[in-house]
Each structure stands twice: as C-alpha cells, then as structure tokens.
Design a protein around this ligand. Structure first.
Ligand SMILES: Nc1ncnc2c1ncn2[C@@H]1O[C@H](COP(=O)(O)OP(=O)(O)OP(=O)(O)O)[C@@H](O)[C@H]1O
Ligand SMILES: [Mg+2]
Length: 395
C-alpha cells in the first residue's frame, strides 16, 4: 500500500494526447492491485464512460471490485452544492428579464467542474473513503486556470462579482434599465464564506506532494512538448508537484519502412523530452493499431505505462516552493523550469511576495519573520529562483 494517506493523481496535458485513456488505465490497474480507487472526470466533455465502456453519471458508480467512477455533472452539482449561488444568479437574471432556463444555464461558471471535483476529494480525504483518486481533466488551459487561483479564498466571490457586473451591463443594454435587482441573501454570503474556507483546505491537500501528484501526458510532437513545458513551469509556480510524465502514442522502433521519417522525428523529440524534463520520471506507451477503448485495451496500456511500477506511489516529493534560512539571508526558493530571469517580475507587499511569470502571477504569503525583511537579491540556481531577504535593507 502507498501508505495511510489518500493519494491523488491528476493527469493533465494538451487536447487529445491521451489523458483520459492514461487516467482510466491507471485507475483500473490500481484497483486490480487492491487499492480502493475513484476515477473522476472533471472535463465537461466527459469521456471516461466511453473509455471504460461503462455508463457513468454525476453520482458514484461501481465499475468493478475496488473501482468507482464519477463524471462530475454540473446540473446535479448546481442543484446541491451550488444551490444558493445558483438561486441568486437565476433570480438575478430573471429580474433582468431573462427566461428561467437560460438563467439557470448562466449559473454554470467556468472551472466549476474541477472545483466541484476538488470538494469531492476533500470529502473523500476526510472520510478515508478511498486509497486513490485519479482525476481526468480538461486540456491544460482550463486546468491551469483553476489550479492557479492566486488567492483561493477570493477566487469564487471575485468571479461571481465580475459576472454580476457583466450581467448588469448586459441587462442595461438589452432591457434598457435595471429592475428590482435582488440582493445577495445571508445564505449566499455564508455559502461563499464556506466555499472560501474549503478552497483553502483543498489547496493544502493539493500542495502536499505525499498526497497529490500532477502527471503530464504528452505525445512526441513539438507543439505538445512546448505547451507541456509551459504548463510544468506554471504548476511549479503554484506549488504543485509534478511527479511524472507519460509519453503516449510512440511508434515502435520496428515499425515498417513507411514510418522511417516518423521514427527519426520521434527519436529527436524523445531526446528533447528527456533533456527538458529530467530528472522527472518518464513513462511510455506505444501507439496501438486500434482505438484504445474498453477494459482490455486499458489493461494493456497500464502494463505498458507502468511495468513493475506501483502507479499510486509518488515518483517525486520535490517541493516547488521552499522557504529556508541560509547564513545571513532568508531565502524563498521557487522551482521555475524553462524560465529566464528576464521573464520574472517580483514585487513585495506588506505580507507577501508576488511572483509574475508570463501571464501567471502567484502571491506567496510570507512567514511573519520574513514579512518584515526586504528582498535584496534574486538569482537562478539550476531551475530554482532564489529570492534572498535581509533585515532592514531596502531592496
Ligand atoms: N496509445 C494509443 N494508441 C491508440 N489510440 C490511442 C492511444 N492513446 C489514446 N488513444 C485514442 O486517442 C483518442 C484520444 O485519447 P484520450 O481521449 O485519452 O485523449 P485526451 O487527452 O483525454 O483527449 P481530450 O483532450 O479530448 O480529453 C481516443 O480515441 C483514444 O482511444
Ligand atoms: Mg479526455
């Protein structure tokens, strides 16, 4: 057994690379090894059911011994988990002259699938309901957006607030005037507070490498590799541990002459992958002659990807964010692969360090002892950004 903690594996990658297949293959393999496993889809365009060839829904379905599966169903989640939020949004929209059904659909916010899934995870964690939760996600962009919520506690209310404002604008344009705008109820405000607290707990679970591992899925193709390198950087920026990478759809070396060019290219990209992601554990899976659906094919895929490896074991406990003291300096160390110093912007506020890389920004809350000090130096050492703080000095 992997230990007495729940393990969470989140598969992510560019569209169509094989996330769903690898996630299903992992869950199946773990279940057959005796782990109590939950396979959960957070992609609104669910395909776990197609992959396993088993009908699934928004409620837990038993697939076989030790294996449950669930495809997060937003309408069901809205009726239950997001009831107050939904009621408010719906009333609000209807007060603006929109019909009930459209209003109801408008209450589905981007990222709600994954967020609902994370709340399930928190619940499983508390109840010790499973040994392993495998999460299949939507293509990288959406997953990153959600897992990267900088101030978790504000994420939801901010979104909701922005949406309210936009809707108000829309209503003004279409109806001409705003009529009887309902005020948020006490229940809604309590719900939002409760959500924020839960999000903080979920973040604790997500950033513990003994519990949560992100696994990247790629194909040996330039665009896929580049997008995945960027994703890797951002996961590190947000403190999430990436512990492995699956290269899917490899052509076997003994493929016939027709594939000669393809193989040449593939060797080149495998080299790029190794150089880029080392020392990350790399697993591989060959392109199959037929579509990979059904339990039999998934079993085969699991064999190829994991061999003798226990799929539930953390393959790395590397912490992307560390804070320590080194002689005269206090150091904030952030793993930022594929990043140059010029791409990084740093700002210090009263209690946090803001780190900006490209469009992504993370606010690192500083321990009290550090908050009173000033950053005096920032440098890269290997793939880590070291920000050094010193007493009293003005940076
Ligand atoms: N190694 C493989 N050999 C043959 N077919 C494969 C392989 N891996 C995946 N497939 C097939 O490719 C298609 C896409 O795979 P999958 O749905 O797992 O990708 P995905 O990354 O989840 O896609 P999406 O981004 O749309 O969610 C499926 O039909 C699947 O059966
Ligand atoms: Mg998929």
């Amino acid at each position: 057994m992997a230990g007495d903690v729940l393990r969470i594996l989140i598969y992510t990658g560019k569209g169509g690379v094989g996330k769903t297949s690898v996630a299903a293959a992992t869950a199946l393999r773990a279940a057959r090894m005796g782990y109590r496993t939950m396979l959960m889809s957070t992609d609104a365009a669910h395909s776990v059911s197609d992959s396993l060839e088993v009908p699934l829904s928004g409620k837990t379905t038993k697939v076989e011994e030790n294996l449950d599966a669930l495809e997060v169903d937003m309408l069901y989640e809205l009726e239950t988990r997001w009831r107050e939020v939904q009621r408010y949004v719906t009333n609000f929209m209807m007060s603006q002259g929109m019909d009930g059904i459209t209003s109801k659909e408008m209450a589905v916010l981007p990222g709600m699938e994954l967020m609902s899934a994370l709340f399930y995870v928190e619940d499983f964690y508390k109840r010790n309901a499973y040994d392993l939760v495998v999460m299949d996600t939507a293509p990288t962009g959406e997953t990153l957006r959600l897992l990267s919520f900088p101030e978790v506690s504000e994420w939801y209310s901010e979104r909701l607030y922005k949406m309210m404002k936009n809707m108000l604008k829309l209503a003004r344009m279409t109806v001409g005037k705003v009529v009887d705008t309902p005020l948020p109820s006490d229940e809604l405000l309590r719900d939002l507070e409760d959500l924020a607290a839960r999000m903080r707990r979920v973040q604790g679970i997500l950033t513990d490498p003994k519990v949560t591992s992100i696994r990247l899925v790629v194909n040996p193709e330039k665009m896929v590799i580049n997008e995945t390198k960027r994703a890797f950087t951002y996961f590190c920026l947000y403190g999430l541990t990436v512990d492995g990478l699956v290269v899917n759809r490899l052509y076997p070396e003994e493929s016939d002459a027709y594939f000669k060019d393809k193989l040449e290219e593939q060797r080149k990209y495998m080299q790029v992958i190794k150089e880029s992601f080392s020392p990350l554990r790399i697993m591989t899976c060959f392109q199959q002659p037929v579509e990979l659906v059904g339990v039999k094919s998934l079993e085969k895929m699991g064999d190829m990807v994991f061999g003798d490896l226990d799929p539930t074991m953390p393959l790395s406990l590397d912490k992307p964010l560390e804070i320590f003291t080194d002689g005269e300096f206090d150091v904030v160390s952030i793993k930022l692969p594929f990043t140059m110093k010029e791409q990084v912007n740093l700002f210090k506020t009263a209690d946090s360090l803001l780190v900006e890389v490209g469009h992504y920004r993370r606010s690192v809350i500083l321990p009290v002892t550090l908050a009173s000090k000033e950053p005096v130096k920032a440098e890269f050492k290997d793939d880590r950004l070291l920000v050094k703080f010193k007493e009293g000095a003005k940076g």
